[in-house]
Design a binder for this molecule. Structure first.
Ligand SMILES: [Fe+2]
Ligand SMILES: [Fe+2]
Length: 297
């Protein structure tokens, strides 16, 4: 992959930062923090039923428990999507030379992503959560994609997920009531993901800048489908029965619709702008985005 000179300088700088200022979860996260009992794990605006009557009727203890379970799902999904990203990076690394510029950055990114996965695993354990694994359909789609999708589609998928999850992290690191372990995990992730996001955008330039209408449409659809894929991993009906809902299936259905709306309003501004930057929005892609992601564009 050939980069423009100015982009090359940016990437060189990012390689240096990654080497000189690594953020190690072992020292960056206050793992020994002593709980006061009032900490929350997920902000109301990110909780699937937050804003609905069903949520307001819960006791504070139930609200905290629901937030903790849903955060467990979010962190599991982050770690799992990064495992897929690493599988792809390794696939890509096998195709390029070790002296290649791209190789040097991808190795740094892979190191950081493995550290993130380890951090999410530790954080899940630290808050004593037992998240539900992805469904078999999620697993099947993911492993097939990593095996057969072209590199451009894989980079775009990684970028779409990074852009949206970054918003979750932003909300969590800024909310003062969030458990400090979760807050610092989000802060670390936000800092390092910024580099990954920038790199993916620079890498994809070659594909997105002069793409024709068909490719632009495909790229926009890839972004939409990835976001849908990720969002559907967050809400699980089992969680509502754990929290004590009498009709967990009914609440689950409402939660899915509510989260889709909130996710569309809160998390997709940057992604929408990115698709706009390569003219990916047309009547068809806008229609699909409105239907699937519930965003108004
Ligand atoms: Fe990450
Ligand atoms: Fe990343």
């Amino acid at each position: 992959m050939e980069f423009q000179e100015k982009d090359k300088r940016i990437i060189e700088k990012m390689i240096k930062i990654s080497k000189k200022k690594p953020l190690l979860p072992e020292t960056f996260i206050p793992w020994d923090y002593k709980e006061k009992g009032e900490e929350i794990y997920l902000s109301d605006e990110l909780i699937s039923i937050g804003g609905l009557d069903e949520y307001e009727k819960l006791t504070q203890k139930q609200k905290i428990e629901l937030g903790k379970h849903e955060l467990g799902q979010v962190m599991y999904s982050y770690a799992w999507s990064e495992t897929m990203a690493c599988a792809f990076f390794n696939r890509r690394l096998l195709k390029i030379d070790m002296t290649d510029f791209e190789y040097k950055f991808l190795i740094r990114e892979t190191i950081e992503e493995y550290r993130h996965q380890s951090m999410f695993c530790d954080a899940i354990e630290r808050i004593d959560e037992k998240p539900l694994p992805p469904t078999s359909i999620h697993k099947w789609i993911a492993s097939l994609t990593v095996k057969i999708a072209p590199d451009s589609i894989m980079f775009l998928s990684v970028l779409a997920i990074e852009l949206a999850t970054d918003i979750y992290g932003n909300v969590l690191r800024k909310d003062k009531n969030i458990h400090p372990v979760v807050q610092k995990v989000s802060e670390l992730h936000h800092i390092e993901e910024e580099r990954h996001i920038l790199y993916a955008k620079l890498w994809l330039k070659k594909y997105t800048e002069n793409a024709g209408i068909i490719h632009r449409t495909i790229y926009a659809l890839v972004v939409i489908l990835n976001l849908y894929f990720m969002r559907t991993m967050y809400v699980r009906s089992e969680i509502f029965s754990h929290v004590g809902f009498l009709n967990p299936k009914k609440t689950y259905k409402k939660a899915k619709v509510n989260l889709a709306k909130k996710f569309g309003e809160l998390c997709l501004k940057e992604v929408t702008e990115y698709v706009d930057s390569f003219n990916g929005w047309n009547t068809f892609t806008k229609f699909i985005a409105r239907k699937i992601l519930k965003i108004s564009i």
